[in-house]
Design a protein around this ligand. Structure first.
Ligand code: UDP
Length: 218
């Protein structure tokens, strides 16, 4: 038996990742019926030409190895699913679009998704299960934690630290931090779409607007 590959999440995010995954596997000569969606609440048996399986069905398919990439925008959901995969001996793979630009000394954790037109410049560390949606960039000397999500068009400038589970909305701009004093987006913070972040965002906070201001604390 051979390996089977899955996109976990058969909704908007997953459907955006599937074509990138298909292209990647085609170049590795993996048969396309070995690429499936997994979803805990499947609404259809087939989506965009690929089977949709529940997790237990995915586990019972005959396969040498199972590989999952979690394509769900909610970082908390991604973490729960990642733990479930680990408990069941399922491995992770990353999906990186062909035209992504990655420069020098970039270290990416497992299970990341880099959509088309993403750029990561130099000297960047990224944790597990990062999602950078279309047209996002990360500039030099940034540290990004685990289960961080960038919606489309996020502009993350240099010397920024983004802690675990932060969510950055579409088109947000994060100001460059300083060497030795990075701009910091705290754990689980939410940056609203189009926000212009000019200073640190506390853990769990939501900020919106230009300049970005706090609207609540969790
Ligand atoms: N989902 C899942 N397991 C979970 C939570 C969500 O399989 O524990 C699936 C859910 O059934 C849906 C998808 O993940 O198909 C999430 O879709 P949604 O449109 O909410 O988000 P997006 O695709 O934009 O991340």
């Amino acid at each position: 038996s051979s390996d089977i590959f899955a996109i976990y999440g058969a909704s908007g995010c997953g459907r955006g990742v599937m074509p990138l995954a298909r292209e990647k596997l085609r170049s590795r000569h993996v048969p396309l019926d070995h690429l499936v969606f997994v979803d805990d609440h499947p609404v259809s048996g087939v989506i965009n030409g690929h089977r949709v399986l529940g997790f237990s069905d995915f586990l019972s398919i005959d396969a040498a190895q199972r590989h999952v990439v979690i394509a769900i925008a909610d970082g908390g959901v991604r973490e729960n699913i990642a733990q479930k995969c680990i408990r069941n001996g399922v491995g992770f793979w990353s999906v990186v679009a062909d035209n992504v630009v990655v420069m020098d000394d970039v270290v990416l954790g497992e299970g990341c998704i880099l959509s088309p037109f993403v750029t990561l410049t130099s000297n960047i560390r990224v944790g597990r299960h990062f999602q950078a949606n279309i047209n996002s960039y990360v500039e030099h000397d940034c540290f990004i934690g685990d289960f961080v999500t960038f919606a489309p068009g996020v502009k993350c400038n240099g010397n920024v630290v983004i802690e675990d589970h932060a969510y950055v909305g579409a088109g947000a701009v994060i100001k460059q931090g300083k060497v030795g004093k990075p701009l910091r987006i705290g754990k689980g913070a939410i940056v609203g779409m189009g926000a212009v972040v000019t200073r640190d965002v506390p853990a769990g906070a939501t900020v919106v607007g230009n300049p970005a201001r706090l609207i609540n604390r969790k």
